[in-house]
Design a protein around this ligand. Structure first.
Ligand SMILES: C[S@@+](CC[C@H](N)C(=O)[O-])C[C@H]1O[C@@H](n2cnc3c(N)ncnc32)[C@H](O)[C@@H]1O
Length: 363
């Protein structure tokens, strides 16, 4: 029997794609320049000149940007008694778009595709021809974006929600009395610094392959007077070769930092090697299915596959790497963790983070 559901003509879908793609780009510019925050802080509709003055931005550009936002249904348009256009951001839009949104912040994500386009459009077009990867060094703006994202995601949730959920609360008790923790692919160190501040008796080491992010993280820790966190440039695939690392950590974390490595299987084996007996490893990685068909109903699968195409897969392919890609999925992740030595892997959803899964492993 044929479906009764009306089928959307593909031409309508194409119109929506072109409009939403354009709208995403303009929203990224509004997020970056603070326009959403200015709109969010107004308690009544404002003219383009008031909005641009408050934002410290050019009125002609702001007027054009407001045109995109009004036609895209992001801000509401009205007029004053003189017929001047007035603009208002509904409070429920500000809840997701302004910086105050914290871990609910979806505005921060509008920057992701424009930034990846800036870093890798040519590289991916070339890669489709020659199969070559793209090194991390080609993505400096993206690293800064990852820090903003980590800040929005981790702030409050990491220490107040995620860590207390690990191992029935026993991990937090251990962190309070003092243990040794390593964060793999720590980026600019947001997670390490949050944990170090919350658990002053524990010692935290963040490692990353990039010198630049390690320097930034070390600088930030020093500026914030965080004495129990340090940062080292180390390739996770050679972790246990670092002096004093073998069998020395009680807890290892990897936030979104395994699937884009060039040698992820080696990295997982090395994580096993640096844990003490009975030590815990929390791998936080994307919630996806290893079979493409299992992702068709995921509400953001096309977005996530695009991020993988533009970043995770090409960086993972550089240096002759494996190129797992972000959508490697739960089944493949569990199989790789098992073949690294972790005989028991518990996979759970993460409170307040629908993008990721928590793969908890014990040595
Ligand atoms: C997607 S970012 C995640 C950063 C951070 N954990 C976060 O949640 O914001 C992945 C990080 O892994 C690092 N990385 C990639 N390959 C690595 C390797 N072989 N060893 C250590 N770090 C690596 C990258 O430099 C990058 O900082």
């Amino acid at each position: 029997m044929k479906s009764e559901q009306p089928v959307q003509p593909f031409s309508e879908k194409m119109t929506a794609i072109l409009n939403y793609g354009a709208l995403n780009l303009a929203m990224a510019i509004g997020y970056r320049t603070g326009l959403f925050d200015v709109l969010d802080q107004s308690d009544a509709p404002q003219s383009a000149s008031t909005i641009s003055a408050r934002a410290g931005l050019n009125v002609r550009y702001v007027t054009e940007w407001l045109g995109v936002m009004a036609c895209g249904g992001i801000v509401e348009l009205s007029a004053d008694s003189d017929g001047t256009d007035l603009f208002e951001l509904p409070a429920e839009h500000g809840d997701l778009l302004a910086r105050r949104a914290g871990h609910q912040n979806m505005g921060v994500y509008t920057q992701e595709i424009p930034l990846l386009t800036q870093c890798a459009f040519q590289g991916v077009v070339k890669g489709l021809g020659d199969g070559q990867g793209i090194p991390y060094a080609n993505y400096p703006e993206f690293q800064q974006f990852m820090t903003q994202l980590a800040d929005a995601k981790q702030c409050r949730v990491l220490t107040d929600v995620f860590l207390p959920s690990v191992d029935g609360g026993r991990l937090v008790a251990a962190l309070q009395s003092g243990i040794k923790v390593c964060d793999i692919g720590c980026g600019e160190g947001i997670a390490v610094m949050l944990m170090a501040k919350a658990f002053p008796r524990s010692e935290f080491i963040g490692v990353d392959i990039s010198d630049e992010v390690i320097l930034t993280a070390a600088h930030q820790a020093q500026n914030n007077g965080i004495a129990n966190a340090s940062f080292l440039t180390v390739d996770a695939a050679a972790l246990s070769q670092h002096h004093g690392f073998k069998a020395s950590f009680d807890y290892v974390t990897a936030f979104d930092a395994i699937h884009d490595q060039t040698r992820p299987q080696a990295a997982l084996k090395e994580i096993y090697a640096v844990l003490k007996p009975a030590g815990l490893f929390s791998m936080i990685d994307i919630a996806a299915d290893s079979r493409l068909a299992g992702n068709l109903a995921h509400p953001m699968a096309a977005f996530l596959y695009t991020v993988s195409l533009m970043h995770c897969m090409p960086v993972g392919l550089s240096d002759g790497g494996m190129g797992l890609g972000m959508m490697w999925g739960r089944q493949k992740a569990v199989a790789m963790l098992r073949s690294s030595g972790f005989s028991k892997v518990d996979v759970t959803e993460i409170p307040e983070d629908s993008f990721n899964l928590h793969f908890l492993c014990r040595k």
